[in-house]
Design a protein around this ligand. Structure first.
Ligand SMILES: NC(=O)c1ccc[n+]([C@@H]2O[C@H](COP(=O)([O-])OP(=O)(O)OC[C@H]3O[C@@H](n4cnc5c(N)ncnc54)[C@H](OP(=O)(O)O)[C@@H]3O)[C@@H](O)[C@H]2O)c1
Length: 320
């Protein structure tokens, strides 16, 4: 099968589509024929080994995993011994956060991990919405009905999911986006939208229970006066001078929980919950553009620019 590999950390030009052995469905696993896979900021950060300490998980000097790719959707091509949860031909979606391997024609995954059937009404190519939603849920799960939250950068994969998850939690959502994304934020359920290019964000004079920097372009110091006394500041990125990390350390020491960069946990549990939300039509993906598998390195280069809207996908199967 063909798969995306890289012998070293680097840039999209270091990526290679190569012929590798097709995996097998071993005991407790299914083999998935991948139809679509997204390229996200985790993939580009993994390629660049950024931040440096991420190498502790992905390999110190070079990638320790053979194939890139975190997320997939496709059909079950084979089931391993002992598997009853899925049948051959079932449409499935999921994450492979430990072994990666989703930027390939096939992937084998354990059935007790983050994999689930795609709800009937959701097309396979629209089922790759897990990564951003998984990251967002680590922040939005703190919201209670009636809380107010501000999502800064609500047009990326994490931000678009965060708006929807915050609404599901019953919060009042203010979304800060660029001028071309105001209608998008409203369509996702935002109660108020603010254009970050006009200076209106700086003039906001209300206080929030939660402020979430979903795109890594602002800081706690810019927003701390708009946090309620027990308000929380959450971010997807380290912040200027790693401020979100050391402020987060201080918050943990003082038990205030005021600042943190949440690291997502329990992907299998989250996927089950996400499937329920998709089934009920409560959450959907926002899709930017799609690339052919042959052009997957171009997808990495585009995502690396940090200007995509929602999710960028790659069609892997010939008929995808
Ligand atoms: N290290 C990792 O493994 C990892 C993994 C996942 C995510 N992350 C972090 O999570 C963040 C979000 O990732 P993502 O995939 O959801 O989205 P993304 O691709 O980083 O976000 C793109 C969106 O951000 C908006 N944007 C750009 N500059 C902005 C600004 N100054 N203010 C407000 N919005 C702005 C853009 O809209 P406009 O065109 O309107 O500006 C665009 O729609 C990233 O910063 C990334 O570093 C890190």
């Amino acid at each position: 099968m063909r798969a995306l590999t890289a012998e070293r950390y680097g840039a999209p030009s270091d990526l290679r589509l190569t012929e590798v052995a097709q995996p097998e469905a071993r005991a407790g696993e299914i083999l998935v024929r991948i139809e679509v896979t997204p390229v996200g900021r985790t993939d580009t950060a993994t390629l660049r080994a950024h931040p440096f300490f991420a190498r502790m998980a992905t390999g110190l000097l070079k990638p320790s995993f053979p194939i890139y790719g975190l997320e997939f959707a496709g059909t079950v091509a084979a089931v391993g011994p002992g598997v009853t949860r899925f049948a051959t031909g079932a449409r499935v979606f999921g994450l492979s956060p430990e072994r990666f391997g989703a930027h390939a024609e096939f992937i084998s995954v354990p059935v007790d991990g983050p994999v689930a059937t795609i709800p009937d009404h959701v097309p396979t190519h629209e089922a790759v919405i897990c990564e951003g939603a998984w990251y967002a849920s680590g922040t939005t799960d703190a919201l209670q009905p009636g809380h107010t939250c501000l999502i800064y950068g609500a047009s990326g994969a994490i931000g678009t999911a965060a708006v929807q998850l915050a609404k599901i939690q019953g919060a009042h959502v203010t979304a800060v986006v660029g001028p071309t994304h105001l209608d998008l934020a409203r369509s996702l359920g935002a109660d108020a939208v603010v254009d970050y290019t006009t200076g209106a964000a700086e003039r906001i004079d209300t206080a929030f229970d939660l402020i979430f920097d979903a795109v890594g372009h602002t800081s706690y110091f810019a927003w701390r006066r708009r946090l309620k006394p027990n308000g929380l500041y959450r971010a997807t990125d380290l912040g200027p001078w790693w401020s979100n990390i050391w402020l987060g350390g201080w918050s943990a020491l003082t038990r205030s929980k005021r600042v943190s960069v949440p690291f997502p946990v329990d992907p299998a549990g989250f996927l089950t919950r996400l499937r329920d939300l998709m089934q009920q039509g409560l959450i959907r993906g926002v899709f930017d553009r799609s690339y052919a598998f042959d052009d997957i390195a171009d997808a990495y280069a585009y995502v690396d620019r940090g200007q995509k809207t929602g999710i960028v996908t790659v069609s892997v199967a010939q008929d995808g």
